[in-house]
Design a protein around this ligand. Sequence first.
Ligand SMILES: CC(C)(COP(=O)(O)OP(=O)(O)OC[C@H]1O[C@@H](n2cnc3c(N)ncnc32)[C@H](O)[C@@H]1O)[C@@H](O)C(=O)NCCC(=O)NCCS
Ligand SMILES: Nc1ncnc2c1ncn2[C@@H]1O[C@H](COP(=O)(O)OP(=O)(O)OP(=O)(O)O)[C@@H](O)[C@H]1O
Length: 194
Amino acid sequence: MIVLGLTGGIGMGKSTVAKMFAAHGIPCFNADAAVHQLQAPGGRAIPALARAFPGTVNNGVLDRSKLRALVLRDNAAMRRLEAIMHPMVYREEEKFRTAAFRAHRRAVLLDIPLLFEAGGYRRVHRTITVSCPRDVQIARVLKRGLPLAQIEAIIARQMPDAEKRRRAGHVIPTGLSKFHAQRAVRHIIEDLRK
Ligand SMILES: CC(C)(COP(=O)(O)OP(=O)(O)OC[C@H]1O[C@@H](n2cnc3c(N)ncnc32)[C@H](O)[C@@H]1O)[C@@H](O)C(=O)NCCC(=O)NCCS
Ligand SMILES: Nc1ncnc2c1ncn2[C@@H]1O[C@H](COP(=O)(O)OP(=O)(O)OP(=O)(O)O)[C@@H](O)[C@H]1O
């Protein structure tokens, strides 16, 4: 089973491109979605978050925007949050890989924002990054309602786009039309078949 690792800066189009791979029959594990599930009411991360970040969990419900604001102004707090979340996300990834292997999948995709930063690149056969100009990236994330200062703080915590492009085995342009991205996805899949 070939394991593809997909990454890219916030809002650069990972989820959109992951859906393009899914349309070709390549199932996708989404690390952000795993984080959301683990942090949802009743989720496995809730007790640890309530202990580590008092006041962010009320009646078993995590206030995500409160936690986001807190960790974005305090590096040590972000490291504590990552230390709680990353092993849990890794466990979910393992479950996904095992299920895909048992289902005789030929290829799977792992969509991981911190693929290079957190070492996930070592667990995949090929690395792919989506990439678009910074102004396009910021405009897309602003549309979701995230304040500019928080967007810039998140971008500052991530590996620069140029470095991701240098390190990745494949680069998918997402600043142009979706047609361009779809074509790049097709090329990667054709390359896998060789
Ligand atoms: C900070 C939190 C609470 C913000 O939640 P929110 O719903 O606003 O954002 P969401 O989880 O959907 O993430 C959106 C994007 O932010 C970026 N991002 C998230 N966490 C991080 C991080 N630790 N470092 C850099 N960028 C990050 C990614 O590009 C991600 O795609 C949440 O992202 C979180 O718990 N992060 C820590 C876990 C983590 O490292 N996740 C990244 C993938 S494993
Ligand atoms: N050519 C393109 N390729 C990919 N996305 C595009 C393209 N053109 C426009 N978009 C849009 O850009 C936005 C990218 O959002 P998407 O959720 O896919 O990014 P993401 O990298 O998964 O974000 P996050 O880091 O927050 O998880 C979507 O609204 C998508 O429709």
